[in-house]
Design a protein around this ligand. Structure first.
Ligand SMILES: Cc1ncc(COP(=O)(O)O)c(C=O)c1O
Length: 367
């Protein structure tokens, strides 16, 4: 009898996405009630009240399909960032935009450059399309722009840069981005994944939108999941040239962004106070965590995002499990190729203290 392989061969290389462990699962597995999740770079402050009101209002409208063009949101983003609506992409999370970038631009055998230990969706977009991920090692958890330039080839179609990078929290500076741009051929697309853009304080952080304005083949991705705290609604956005926007429109699912998400995102843009509050809390939280890590003798990487990458000096899975038993969920570094690191999202003051106390116990050997 004929027996053919049903799945595409490329699926052998793909693993389902591993999300941060959900609170509900830890509750069930460990019988704990008081759980702190610092594993998915969510905003502990929650969304703007204006967004929550917009969600309530929009709930009455879910009978009908949403606006396929995200008309109001694209205009509002365009006004805020000084782009024509034809240069604005809106996706079901920036994850969807990354996926669509793979669909639109990667042909089998094309090379897709990223750092080693990359954000999973960049790798997924490449592999799903039978592209070849090219991993460029980082230098002390920072992008090595010289090494990236040296690794470019005729087949490099896409270059992904996380700025700030997840999980390291480090940035590519103005000078480094300029050096990368001068090495990039015009027919290579640079994707600047700026999911944590609003958290950055470093004056050396580059203005990647200027490159889009100059007409370079650059796609800048941002999201409402992080500082705007709308992760559960799945909505991200991007800016690029009209040509690349038009290509991405062809692969986009119809009605990809719900009306509830569009309304909440639009309302969030009006709440500068929520952003300022979250930025301030995040800056304090990082200083607190740096202090605790230093006290525990741990090497950490200073972060421009809302998480910190720290070397706990022993098997990260063991530390992860021991923290879980104490009701604290973090992210292990092994999924990023760093077996003694963890990534911890900043929380509220109480959550940060709870994490630091639990970590001290775990590293002190108390079980
Ligand atoms: C670097 C990076 N890009 C993209 C995303 C996805 O964000 P979204 O929720 O908009 O899909 C994340 C989320 O963790 C991220 O860390």
């Amino acid at each position: 009898m004929r027996k053919r392989k049903l799945t595409r061969r490329v699926l052998d290389e793909l693993r389902p996405y591993q999300p941060g462990k959900p609170i509900e699962e830890v509750r069930r597995e460990y019988g704990l009630t008081d759980i702190v999740k610092l594993a998915s770079n969510e905003n502990p402050e929650g969304p703007s009240r204006k967004a929550v009101e917009a969600i309530r209002r929009e709930a009455e409208e879910v009978r009908q399909y949403p606006d396929n063009d995200c008309y109001h949101l694209r205009r509002a983003l365009g006004k805020m960032l000084e782009f024509a609506p034809e240069q604005i992409l809106v996706g079901h999370g920036s994850d969807e935009l990354i996926h669509n970038i793979g669909l639109a631009f990667v042909s089998p055998g094309d090379e897709v450059m990223m750092c080693s230990g990359p954000f999973s969706q960049w790798e997924f977009a490449a592999k799903l399309m039978e592209g070849k991920p090219v991993y460029v090692p980082m230098d002390d958890y920072r992008y090595d722009v010289e090494a990236m330039a040296a690794a470019l080839s005729e087949r490099t179609k896409l270059v992904f840069v996380g700025n700030p990078n997840n999980p390291t929290g480090t940035i590519v500076t103005k000078g480094e981005l300029a050096a990368l741009m001068s090495a990039l051929p015009e027919d290579t697309i640079l994707v600047m994944d700026e999911a944590y853009y609003e958290y950055v304080a470093d004056a050396e952080y580059p203005d990647s939108l200027a490159l889009v304005r100059e007409g370079r083949t650059v796609i800048v991705l941002r999201t409402f999941s992080k500082i705007y705290a709308l992760a559960g609604l799945r909505i991200g956005y991007g800016m690029t040239t009209p040509e690349l926007t038009a290509a991405l429109e062809r692969v986009r699912e119809p009605f990809n962004v719900s009306g509830v998400a569009q309304a909440a995102a639009l309302a969030s843009l009006d709440d500068g106070e929520q952003i300022a509050r979250t930025r301030a809390l995040n800056a304090e939280s990082k200083e607190y965590l740096y202090g605790e890590f230093a006290r525990l003798g741990l090497r950490y990487t200073r972060s421009e995002a809302n998480f910190v990458w720290v070397d706990v000096g022993r098997d990260c899975r063991e530390v992860f499990e021991a923290l879980l038993r104490r009701g604290v969920i973090v992210r292990t570094g092994d999924i990023f190729g760093a077996p003694t690191h963890i990534r911890v999202t900043t929380g509220t003051k109480e959550q940060n203290e709870r994490f630091a106390g639990a970590l001290e116990e775990v590293l002190g050997g108390a079980e």
